[in-house]
Design a binder for this molecule. Structure first.
Ligand code: SF4
Length: 370
């Protein structure tokens, strides 16, 4: 029997009741017909014919898809797998090549973890990914979600794969009233109730596809939904109001100054400290980023070298945990000066495309106005 439509519900069912078996069949049949074609995916028909997913491709795609969209991740995935077709190829990549190829995907700590994981698989597992959740979880940088996704999709293990899409589907199917993020354990437990030994890889991907293409955040397409019969949120008449959300704290705002120093066709970059935001990446020299704007004298005093700095206005950027107004100052030089506290890396203008987005915005603003 299903629990009542509202309020916290009991999720400790010992087994899946018959009606949930019908829900599962309906969703899997829909997936067989409607599965998205994705660069890293083996289609349901091919899976039935015995084609297995490559764990390397599944792992790489899952890491890339954390915090970014399928259209944004796809060209990166294609370029990575063309350049590094196996995990051992990736493991042998120089750090700088990998970081440059990752530019634009954000979360550079993830790129460093990617390399550490590839090297662990190559060095400690002969280039073969472990085939269990536990074994995968022991790899550097592989969290519970990625381990579950690779175990289910690549090895057909009955793992409970819960991303934001699956959380949304569960919150609606069961009309969970607990707001996010407190609801996460409850939603995960509900999703776990629906996992069985039958086609676990397809099940995980079917739920993801349902969340991405039908049970959308703002406008769920309930008329097209293969599980609408079982959906408690639909019965409330306002399915889009699930998942309930706790009121968000405002994102703090910071201010800083970026300095574009050019010499001929090159621009001065600096290597950022290994730890912290954009750690280890090349970027423009900047002032500190703080809560209050820098006045003109402060902005000039924080410049990496003395010079005739021109104020070119500001660019805006939003990071996960704060937003930033970055004023852009530019100057030219013919000299060989180094940055205070470190050496400049003189980089040709055409090489600036590999910069993290925040610095690329500032460099482009300067290029337009210089
Ligand atoms: Fe989502 Fe609507 Fe389907 Fe419910 S019926 S799971 S709200 S798409």
């Amino acid at each position: 029997m299903r629990a009542p439509a509202c309020g916290r519900r009991e999720v400790m069912k010992a087994s899946i009741p018959t009606n949930w078996a019908a829900l599962r069949s309906s969703l899997l049949a829909w997936y067989d017909r409607q599965a998205r074609t994705l660069a890293w995916r083996v289609s349901p028909a091919d899976r039935r014919a015995g084609v297995r997913s490559d764990p390397y491709r599944v792992w790489l795609s899952e890491v890339m898809l954390q915090q970014t969209t399928v259209p944004h991740a796809t060209p990166y995935f294609l370029s990575f797998t063309q350049r590094w077709p196996t995990v051992s190829d990736l493991a042998a990549a120089p750090d700088d090549d990998l970081m440059a190829a990752w530019a634009g995907l954000g979360y550079y700590a993830r790129a460093r973890n990617l390399l550490a994981c590839a090297r662990a698989v190559a060095d400690q597992h002969d280039g073969v990914f472990p085939d269990t959740e536990e074994g995968l979880r022991a790899l550097p940088g592989v969290g519970a979600y990625t381990a579950a996704a690779v175990a289910a999709i690549a090895f057909d293990r009955p793992a409970n794969v819960v991303d934001g899409n699956v959380e949304r589907v569960m919150s609606r199917l069961f009309a969970v009233e607990t707001p996010l993020p407190d609801a996460k354990p409850e939603l995960k437990a509900l999703a776990g109730e629906l996992v069985t030994d039958e086609r676990p890889g397809d099940w995980a991907q079917a739920l993801m596809d349902l969340g991405a293409t039908v049970c959308k955040p703002k406008g769920p397409l309930c008329d097209l939904c293969p599980v609408s019969t079982w959906c408690d949120a639909l019965k409330t008449g306002a399915p889009e109001t699930y998942p309930r959300k706790a009121k968000k704290a405002d994102r703090p705002h910071r201010h800083g100054v970026a300095y574009v120093l050019t010499r001929g066709d090159t621009v001065a970059l600096v290597r950022r400290p290994p730890k912290g935001l954009l750690g280890g990446m090349l970027g423009l020299p900047t002032s500190e980023w703080r809560a209050t704007p820098h006045d003109d004298a402060e902005a000039r005093a924080a410049a990496p070298v003395a010079g005739a700095w021109r104020d070119l206005g500001a660019v805006e950027h939003v990071f996960t945990h704060f937003s930033l107004t970055l004023r852009v100052f530019a100057a030219t030089t013919a000299g060989n000066e180094g940055a205070s506290g470190g050496e400049f890396v003189w980089t040709p203008r055409e090489g600036l495309g590999a910069l993290p987005s925040v610095f690329l915005k500032a460099a482009r603003a300067a290029e337009r106005l210089l």
